[in-house]
Design a protein around this ligand. Structure first.
Ligand code: HEM
Length: 146
């Protein structure tokens, strides 16, 4: 739940893209809308969807309970896309979720984590580049457990 919520708030891939191979209308009932043509490039705003209050109420709140067994069915399909979507979604998603849990387990068994004087508090995004990262980078103190 914590990892899922972390990937909602700070998806490492902020967008996915696709090239249209068939004309298509994203339309309303009157037939008006956005026309797509073969060759058009479509950007799917992963981070925008994850921060949309229509899909994730109170989106700034870090709330792992969104992903609890009782709540996760309320997430609308195709609004939570940390690993993309469809036949070209991330091939490494299951591996990386297992790896991340194993790493956190081993680190927590040996250390407690504490803010460092260089930690960015309150956290704010570095606006350079295409990945989400805190201003000044990632800084955490690891304190060995006794
Ligand atoms: C937290 C870690 C990761 C995140 C958030 C992530 C996210 C993504 C996203 C958003 C895409 C594009 C999906 C789309 O366009 O629909 C992607 C594609 C891909 N990812 Fe990951 N990824 C992660 C880790 C990994 C790892 C560990 C591997 C390999 C072991 C991997 C291998 C790939 C490959 C090969 C593709 C291209 C798949 C294709 O085009 O068919 N990823 N990933």
């Amino acid at each position: 739940m914590v990892i899922s919520e972390t990937l909602r708030k700070w998806p490492p891939a902020i967008a996915a893209d696709r090239v249209c191979n068939k004309s298509y209308l994203i339309g309303d009932k009157e037939g008006e809308g956005v026309k797509l043509y073969p060759g058009d490039v479509i950007s799917i705003p992963i981070v925008g969807l994850h921060q949309d209050p229509d899909y994730f109420p109170n989106p700034d709140k870090f709330d792992p309970e969104r992903f609890s067994p009782e709540n996760k069915d309320q997430i609308q399909p195709f609004t939570y896309l940390p690993f993309g979507v469809g036949p070209r979604n991330c091939i490494g998603s299951r591996f990386v979720l297992m790896e991340t849990k194993a790493i956190i387990f081993h680190l927590l068994s040996k250390f407690t984590f504490e803010a460092s004087p260089r930690s960015c508090i309150p956290i704010s995004s570095d606006e350079t580049g295409f990945t989400l990262k805190p201003e000044g980078g990632f800084w955490t103190n690891f304190k060995p457990r006794k």
